[in-house]
Design a protein around this ligand. Structure first.
Ligand code: GSY
Length: 170
């Protein structure tokens, strides 16, 4: 019997046409026979975290169902990044597109290639706010995602559109 897992992804970038790059990445993942994209948040424009002297980012989150292992899903995400011609010269600096695995069911692991849950996700409004749009009741540590979101400073995040299907239309 095939095991189907749920995973949540964080997507973002700040070079070029990021909404189109994110849509292409999601379409590519959804086109994989072993991945179904089941929900996608709206896109937010977000101030840069880390290196602050760089353009604002576009960010969104997606929920997928997959029969892949976490490492295989990581490989598929990296392939989708490569397809989006990902360029990242400076750590925490500008990039065309990142596709990160935030959570993979209840898996907890600390491997060089992939740490789950994503180690810095709870500190980042650009992850938690869009994640709460698609998974408000998802438990993160001791409380649901929507509570994390409500406790987070998010006044500088700008919702670009509420169209749920933007990623299929781009
Ligand atoms: O993987 C995170 C890339 N990144 C981002 C991002 O996606 N959004 C914002 N707002 N700042 C960021 N800094 C880095 S690094």
């Amino acid at each position: 019997m095939t095991t189907v897992s749920k995973a949540w992804l964080g997507l973002g970038g700040n070079i070029g046409d990021v909404p189109t790059a994110m849509a292409n990445a999601l379409q590519r993942l959804d086109g994989d026979a072993e991945i179904t994209v089941t929900a996608v948040s709206p896109i937010y424009k977000t101030p840069p975290w880390g290196v602050e002297d760089q353009p604002w980012f576009h960010n969104c989150c997606a929920e997928v169902e997959t029969s892949l292992t976490p490492e295989q899903l990581l490989e598929a995400c990296q392939e989708a990044e490569r397809e989006g011609k990902r360029e990242r010269i400076v750590r925490w600096g500008p990039r065309t597109i990142d596709v990160d695995i935030l959570l993979f069911d209840g898996v907890e692991q600390n491997e060089q290639r992939l740490t789950l849950p994503h180690p810095r996700m709870l500190e980042r409004a650009f992850v938690i706010i869009p994640l709460a749009d698609i998974a408000p009741n998802l438990h993160l540590k001791d409380k649901p995602c929507q509570i994390w979101a409500s406790e987070m400073e998010s006044s500088d995040l700008e919702l670009t559109s509420s169209n749920k299907h933007w990623w299929k239309e781009a």
